[in-house]
Design a protein around this ligand. Structure first.
Ligand code: PLP
Length: 380
């Protein structure tokens, strides 16, 4: 193979350019405009919650606004998974709040309800209950919402669902992004669909969506001149980017199907490789398989994973380590973390044995066969 096989690259459909051209023809490059309205409508319709969606400049911006809307401020505590991309939690710091990290559980790799319960009980005892809990659906896998929501309801704490990686995944038939009081999506270049850069905030509470649009456009008061009563941001998506998003939403269902079939192909091929465990799948969940990920049972050290990634690189194949847990990040040293098991961390174990494989919906079957062949050589 001469061309490098990437982990996940943009995959345009047929109509993106048409919608972008429309914006040019109308000279409606910015601000907002028809593409933004239609893009927002298509997201809301797709996830099928009663509410609506606001198109924003990034998934990170969407998380930031979700925290603002839930009144997270200086000195507040927010619970978040330790096993996630840093963008899930950076906005906690923007708000001068502080995170408490919750370990993963082994069935979904997402937030452990058991660790969450321990953390909530401690927090109640110390009079430091969180203002919000951020739950992430990693690599497109849904978290255990029945258990998690039962706990957050008991303590009356809102959930921000970081569905940046899980657009198109479902849990008991319900779309990802609709389990939190607020859900967020990302349309960054490597996600299942992309606007080149962008995000969205969704909620069944229309007032939250309205508030996000207000905050995302400099928090301008309803007055006949420029008047502002609170801090605002410049977080709206441009009408050009939204044109790409409109076209991408039309092909989302087939992108999801393709990613799932890529995962199934890996799973089938690796079923005979004893050391390979594909990311688990549990009853009731239908993950979009944004990235095909696995763990290697004979590896317990990130150094060995880095070495494997290097070997793939030499074969022109991009692979990556799983997210490094946030409680191990220098930025968060000393931050409180609750583990799933008393003496060991599930997220650390995953990090030290896991790998992401090329998963792009534009990968050809020949390319995947090549990845599978090289994988078997490298792993054996
Ligand atoms: C990509 C991603 C984000 C951030 O989205 P951006 O659009 O890149 O700002 C947040 N959380 C998770 C889990 C992500 O994978």
């Amino acid at each position: 193979m001469n061309s490098r096989i990437l982990l996940s690259s943009p995959h345009m459909g047929e109509n993106e350019q048409k919608y972008v051209k429309q914006a040019f023809d109308d000279n409606w490059i910015a601000p907002l405009g028809e593409n933004v309205d239609k893009f927002e409508e298509s997201i809301a319709e797709y996830v099928g919650s009663e509410g609506s969606a606001a198109a924003l400049s990034s998934g990170t911006a969407a998380i930031h606004l979700a925290l603002k809307i839930l009144n997270v401020g200086r000195g507040d505590v927010v619970f978040a998974p330790t096993f996630t991309f840093i963008a899930s939690v950076n906005p906690i710091l923007y708000q001068g709040a502080r995170p408490v990290f919750i370990d993963s559980e082994p069935d979904t790799w997402n937030m452990s309800p058991r660790a969450l319960e321990k953390a909530l009980m401690d927090a109640e005892r110390n009079n430091q209950l969180p203002k919000a809990v951020i739950v992430v659906n990693l690599y497109g896998q849904m978290a255990k919402y029945d258990e998690i929501i039962a706990l957050t309801n008991k303590y009356n704490i809102p959930i921000i669902e970081d569905a940046a990686e899980s657009l198109g995944s479902t849990y008991k038939g319900k779309q990802s992004g609709t389990f939190g009081d607020i859900g967020i999506f990302s349309f960054n270049g490597n996600k299942i669909i992309t606007t080149s850069g962008g995000g969205a905030l969704v909620s069944s509470d229309q007032s939250f969506v309205n508030k996000s649009r207000f905050l995302a456009t400099q928090a301008r008061d309803d007055a006949p001149y420029y008047q502002h009563s609170e801090i605002g941001y410049n977080y709206r998506l441009s009408n050009v980017s939204a044109g790409i998003g409109r076209g991408q939403m039309e092909v989302l269902p087939i992108r999801v199907e393709k990613r799932k079939s890529i995962f199934e192909q890996y799973k089938k091929e690796f079923s005979t490789v004893l050391s390979v465990d594909m990311m688990p799948e549990i009853e009731g969940m239908s993950p979009n398989r944004w990235l095909s990920t696995l763990t290697l049972s004979n590896i317990t050290d990130i150094g060995e994973i880095v070495d494997i990634i290097k070997q793939f690189n030499e074969k022109n194949i991009e692979t990556r380590a799983l997210w490094k847990p946030l409680h191990l990040q220098p930025l968060f040293s000393g931050t409180l973390v609750y583990f799933h098991d008393d003496n060991s961390s599930v997220s650390e174990k995953l990090f030290n044995s896991g790998l992401c494989l090329p998963s792009g919906s534009n990968m050809s079957s020949e390319q995947q066969e090549y990845v599978i062949r090289e994988f078997k050589k490298i792993i054996s």
